[in-house]
Design a protein around this ligand. Structure first.
Ligand SMILES: [Zn+2]
Length: 236
């Protein structure tokens, strides 16, 4: 009788152990993710919590307050069929596949309208951001590095949703026909000038006429028409 009781106890312990392990694994595989679809994230002014954002969401926010983890990588990276400036690293030619078509259309329409644009920098991995940051700290000290280089995980380029654009003169500033065309037209293809002039107090970044970010046509038009930033659009 005693022996049988012991056997039952051992059995319960084993089954309990297996059950506990299974539950633990399931929790591990889904760290804080729910399956909100993209349309719900598209609602205006809906706060986007980084932990709940799927990897391809067009409205993901990355700035000095909202970073990406070391393991964050866009779902599918592709090299778009656009001309690149000389010397662009292979990694930086890649973008998240959802922006390939809009980006190629933007480049083609620009060309049709007499504007030659060149891709200069798209995706930047956490690893390469870390290298850039570390090298800068070594060369100039932490204070200067922090002023000019994003800490690893805090560059929007890690999303694969943006591209730095340049021109044949490698002089892409306000007043050049390429930069002016981009500012007036990129929203037609779902892109915004992510760091507009006079908005550093909101974006945390100086005016960058060359950095375009894909947010989808609806959001891009709203942001362009109202002269606001992505932070303001998301009510951050
Ligand atoms: Zn950029």
């Amino acid at each position: 009788m005693k022996k049988a009781f012991k056997k039952v106890l051992v059995f319960i312990a084993i089954v309990g152990g297996i059950f506990y392990t299974m539950r633990y694994n399931v929790t591990e595989q889904n760290p804080g993710h729910d399956n909100r679809d993209e349309s719900s994230l598209n609602e205006k002014y809906k706060p986007v919590n980084q932990n709940n954002v799927s990897k391809t969401t067009k409205l993901i926010l990355v700035n000095s307050e909202y970073g990406l983890s070391e393991g964050y990588k866009p779902e599918k990276l592709t090299i778009p069929n656009i001309p690149f400036a000389n010397g662009v690293e292979q990694e930086e030619k890649h973008v998240e596949s959802v922006i390939v078509n809009p980006l190629e259309r933007l480049f083609n329409v620009a060309k049709d309208e007499g504007i030659v644009l060149l891709g200069n920098s798209g995706y930047r991995s956490y690893k390469s951001q870390k290298e850039t940051y570390t090298n800068r700290v070594k060369a100039e000290g932490k204070k200067l590095a922090d002023a000019y280089v994003a800490k690893p995980g805090f560059s929007e380029h890690q999303t694969g949703l943006c591209m730095d654009i340049t021109n044949n003169d490698r002089y892409f500033v306000e007043g050049t026909k390429e930069a002016d065309w981009l500012a007036e037209n990129c929203h037609r293809f779902g892109f915004i000038i992510r760091y507009p002039y006079g908005k550093k107090n909101i974006t945390g970044i100086e005016y960058e006429p060359w950095h375009i970010r894909y947010v989808g046509e609806e959001a891009a038009k709203y942001i362009y028409d109202n002269n606001i930033t992505l932070e303001e659009y998301l009510n951050k």
